[in-house]
Design a protein around this ligand. Structure first.
Ligand code: ZN
Length: 183
């Protein structure tokens, strides 16, 4: 079984107190876990894909413009990885098993070549980490399900704005998408 860890949107804008679209404290609470799980996956020889929201300033055609304040604008520090995950990324980024992908939509698969790269490497299992559990992680999980991947979610390495939304998504991963939620 070949695995890839998909690291979703754990950036300054989504995590820091003064981030532009922050989940705040619940997102900050997973800092240690997401860094440790990423480091461990790397040590285990897994592929690591950082799939990170990248928006153009003032993009009137983007559907999120109507829904959210501007966030993760290309060329801004809001797109920098937050906290200890940034340190892990700095250490591993030059390895050929580590990828950075700009994404445009919630799902890491939408408009990216993630699926092609996973298939080239015979990846069968994706491990999803990051924020928000019920938005970008959930949409990525749904696409992974439709594309036939096995899905694992380490519960300690995903977070959302509210406990209710987080719990809903964890239940959906497990009961509807057949994912293995690892407590
Ligand atoms: Zn966005």
């Amino acid at each position: 079984m070949t695995k890839a860890l998909i690291s979703i949107d754990y950036t300054y804008d989504f995590v820091a107190d003064d981030g532009k679209l922050t989940a705040g404290k619940p997102a900050q609470a997973i800092e240690e876990a997401i860094a440790a799980i990423t480091q461990k996956a790397y040590g285990d020889g897994d592929y690591i894909f950082f799939a990170i929201d990248g928006h153009d300033e003032g993009d009137e055609f983007h559907p999120e413009t109507k829904l959210f304040p501007p966030h993760n604008i290309k060329g801004t520090s809001g797109r920098d990885l937050y906290g200890k995950l940034a340190d892990v990324y700095e250490k591993i980024k030059d390895n050929s098993r580590v990828f950075w992908m700009d994404k445009r939509h919630y799902s890491a698969f939408s408009g990216t070549d993630l699926d092609i790269r996973l298939r080239e490497r015979r990846v069968t299992t994706v491990v999803l980490t990051g924020v928000l559990t019920d938005i970008c992680v959930l949409h990525t999980a749904i696409d992974a399900y439709n594309l036939g991947y096995d899905i694992e979610i380490p519960a300690a390495a995903v977070a959302s704005l509210t406990k209710e939304n987080h719990q809903f998504a964890l239940g959906h991963f497990q009961n509807v998408l057949g994912a293995k939620v690892i407590e």
